[in-house]
Design a protein around this ligand. Structure first.
Ligand SMILES: Cc1ncc(C[n+]2csc(CCOP(=O)(O)OP(=O)(O)O)c2C)c(N)n1
Length: 630
């Protein structure tokens, strides 16, 4: 692909092999989406990287990363009631944050329509749980489309947008990790840019938009009416697909990734079931599904994660008195993990073994692949911080982690995290742990993006209720874990430079009295600051600050003047106490077979944060990489 930005703006129809997270951006453009918002989180951040490939001036829609998923949903909602087709996208657990706003959306008449793109993560590849956000559809009266591949991502987004615009309602497009990241050929249509009408179209007469007391009922009735209409639409236009294998005995109802995995498994099999693959998975196309149930003796409902479809289909069969055997989830394992081909074969084996092939299971990988545990990057300011903070804490102090790159501090040798919940939860949890607890001090950690996302209420609570805890804000100037998205303290938003909202100033504004701000490379100073913070009477905050070195080095390497630096270990001075490998544990250091310490020049960034950790001062100052090789 030559130039992604140019490709996305092509006027004529074309075909290209793209990721699901790329296909959706062209779909947004073709559908006439005007406002797109998000908060970063896997599996969807590449949607934003794709958007970034189109220059701001040429971008046919406005995009922002908001401070969290709730705000992102609110911005998209505001845009929609003002007449613009809008989209918000975020990861699975983002919906928990957005939920208070999200569940109300269907009550409102969304003049421009709104598509909510949910990036669910079966397999918990990069999430703290495996939640199935389909549950939210019935709770909030919203239809869901679920594609299985990039081509469907493109078509289903356009269908969801058309429905949202036509019915002035929110429509969910549920993507899963596999579908976001899989590549496939997509046939894109031509695009005719339309004039961006900026006339404000919000009109209170389109409402009510105030869900208060008796108004709630007509609003709820409207939402339910819309859902009913969506179910009717789904019968003919729900993008469902029927694979007729002339098998009147066995039928499978499925959707999304499990459908693709099923096709893989069946390739090896002579026995093939009929397959009904759903496109709009909620509300259920009841006529279509009941016809399928009636025309088969046995049905298998094949779905990843929870048994929502199975339960609905069993209810439908019961209500309509259809005599058909319905198989679904079997053991606990069938509720867990991605439905890869192996998993689907396992599932089939338990019900219709003739379809699963004779192979018991995919053989274990013949090669032993070395484990590669996640770790902080060389030069990471968080490592320096943890190394220093550890010197300040007593072994029985309770350490509450939060979510971000700094979560990795829970691993040995740092052991800086014993509890973890979700973004921004550390301060509240720490407060709870500090109650009726006179002997174990409580320390909690928070990243700077998380500080703005959901961290501030916990901090206000600690102040307001006088909790005796120490909060350490790990400020690196970016949302590192999800790919360096800017946040309020970065000095940039997605589109341009902005005034920073400094963490320290926010804390001061809130009235935090005990604030210690230290660059994490100043390890001794940081150790002292943490000791002092812990010794203060009330709530204290340490801002452990250092820019994300991965981001900094990437930017530095792009400059012609860049000169790589690397440290070295003076073998004569090294007395093999091994602090560098066993306690500081920068991956740059290598423990050689002969017991000496080496340096991997390809990993070392020459930051020198390790120099102060060596008790024998054997680590030499960083020098230019070429000269160090001589
Ligand atoms: C509700 C929610 N939204 C998004 C994410 C994805 N996510 C994981 S950590 C993180 C923020 C990381 O940034 P920061 O707090 O600055 O810590 P850093 O990674 O920079 O150390 C995000 C957005 C998530 N886990 N939960």
């Amino acid at each position: 692909m030559k130039n992604l930005g140019e490709m996305l703006l092509r006027r004529e129809a074309f075909s290209e092999i793209v990721m699901g997270n790329t296909a959706i951006v062209r779909a947004m453009i073709e559908a006439g989406t005007r406002i797109v918002t998000s908060y970063p989180g896997s599996p969807t951040p590449e949607i934003a990287s794709t958007i970034a490939a189109i220059s701001k001036d040429e971008r046919p829609f406005y995009f922002e990363f908001s401070t969290n998923e709730k705000v992102a949903t609110e911005v998209a909602y505001g845009a929609s009631v003002n007449g613009h087709l809008s989209t918000v996208f975020f990861k699975s657990v983002g919906l928990n944050v957005a939920a208070d706003t999200f569940v109300q959306l269907s009550l409102m008449k969304l003049i421009g329509g709104m598509v909510v793109v949910l990036g669910d993560d079966p397999g918990a590849n990069s999430s703290q749980n495996e939640q199935d956000n389909r549950h939210f559809a019935s709770l909030s009266y919203m239809p869901i489309f679920e594609p299985a591949n990039p081509g469907e991502v493109y078509h289903f987004y356009k269908a969801a947008a058309a429905m949202a615009q036509h019915m002035h309602m929110p429509v969910i497009l549920r993507l899963t990790t596999h579908v976001c990241h899989a590549k496939g050929k997509v046939d894109f249509a031509a695009w005719h840019p339309a004039e961006f009408d900026k006339t404000p179209r919000f009109d209170v007469k389109n409402g009510p938009y105030m869900p208060l007391t008796s108004l709630v009922f007509p609003m709820k009735r409207r939402a339910l009416q819309n859902l009913r209409q969506a179910a009717e639409l789904s019968e003919k236009n729900g993008l469902h697909h029927f694979d007729n294998n002339n098998n009147t005995r066995q039928g499978i109802i499925t959707f999304g990734l499990p459908y693709l995995s099923l096709l893989d498994v069946l390739e090896e099999s002579d026995a093939k079931p009929d397959i009904l693959k759903l496109g709009m998975i909620y509300p259920l196309p009841r006529v279509l599904v009941s016809d399928f149930l009636r025309s088969h003796e046995e049905i298998l409902v094949l779905e990843e994660l929870d048994d929502l479809l199975e339960t609905e289909i069993k209810r439908l069969a019961f209500e309509q008195g259809i005599k058909v055997k319905i198989h679904g989830k079997t053991d606990i394992e069938s509720w867990v993990g991605e439905y890869t081909a192996d998993k689907v074969a396992d599932q089939l084996r338990q019900i219709w073994p003739e379809m699963a092939g004779s192979q018991p299971q995919a053989p274990a990988m013949p090669l032993a692949v070395p484990a590669r545990p996640a770790q902080m990057c060389p030069g990471c300011g968080h490592r320096s911080a943890f190394h220093a903070i550890r010197q300040a804490l007593a072994p029985h102090d309770i350490k509450v982690a939060d979510i971000g790159c700094h979560t990795l501090g829970f691993m040995p040798p740092y052991n800086m995290g014993e509890l973890l919940m979700c973004m921004g939860a550390s301060t509240g949890i720490a407060a709870g742990l500090s109650l009726y607890n006179d002997s174990r001090r409580v320390v909690c950690f928070l990243g700077d993006s998380t500080f703005f996302h959901a961290g501030i209420p916990g901090i206000i609570n600690a102040l307001f209720n006088k909790h005796k805890i120490t909060l350490i804000v790990m400020e690196n100037g970016t949302t590192a874990m999800t790919g360096h998205q800017d946040h309020a303290a970065s000095g940039r938003n997605f589109n341009e430079a902005t005034e920073k909202v400094p963490v320290r100033r926010v804390l001061e504004g809130l009235g935090v009295k005990n604030i210690f701000e230290v660059d994490t490379y100043q390890q001794a100073k940081l150790t002292e600051a943490v000791k002092e913070a812990q010794a203060t009477e009330g709530f204290a905050v340490v801002i452990a600050k250092h820019p994300c070195m991965l981001k900094l080095m990437r930017e530095a390497r792009r400059k012609d003047s860049f000169q790589a630096k690397v440290i070295d270990v003076d073998q004569k001075t090294c007395d093999r106490r091994y602090v560098c490998v066993s306690s500081f544990a920068c991956p740059t250091f290598i423990l050689n077979h002969d017991g000496s310490i080496g340096v991997n020049p390809d990993l070392c960034i020459g930051d020198g944060s390790c120099l102060q950790t060596c008790p024998s001062k054997a680590i030499t100052r960083p020098t230019n990489r070429e000269s160090s090789k001589e």
